[in-house]
Design a protein around this ligand. Sequence first.
Ligand code: AMP
Length: 201
Amino acid sequence: MTSSRAVAVYCASSMAVPEGFLQLAEDAGRAIAARGWRLVYGGGSVGMMGRCADGALSAGGEVVGVITEALVGMEVAHAGLTRLDVVATMHERKQRMTDASDAFLILPGGFGTLDETFEAITWKQLGVHAKPIVVLNHEGFFDHLLAFLAAAAEGRFIRPVHLGLITTVATLQDAMAELESPLAWEGTRDKWWFESAPPRP
Ligand code: AMP
């Protein structure tokens, strides 16, 4: 089966997070595969990342991993993927994952996840891509971050309209509904902010 659509999932590489979060990642992988979509992710077998890949594979889905040479050992490159791309740098890794995906699903994670997430957001802000970015705020994991972003927008460090660059949902079911919306895939909804954003003073 060749999937026509691909979702990049960014999430924790840690194995030490509560089981409920690991399960969420597995369920997300399964849900993506169940819709016939390809999973694109960082290629590791550890933590939520590994569980997400395992979930998608167990549901018969295609999974493409993108990992750097240096991380093959550290994040234990997953041996059972449909394809594993080994690249030279972290920049290349993110570029490759962005190019290979039609949408981003953000699950709870650490610095790596946040770096990947903010790069997806800032590239969208700059018009580098117009792909949906869905943040799954499982058990309020992102509450503090979202409050920070709201405060930054309040102070005009972030244009309030740019808060619309991401869609925040509370459940995996809502995340899938968001990703299933035809508008999301066409990317048209994601262009509104760019066109409606007022010129910089
Ligand atoms: P973490 O959320 O810290 O567990 O990391 C999740 C994933 O993000 C792991 O595969 C990390 O290798 C990756 N990562 C960490 N830092 C970066 C970075 N600067 N650029 C791209 N990926 C990163």
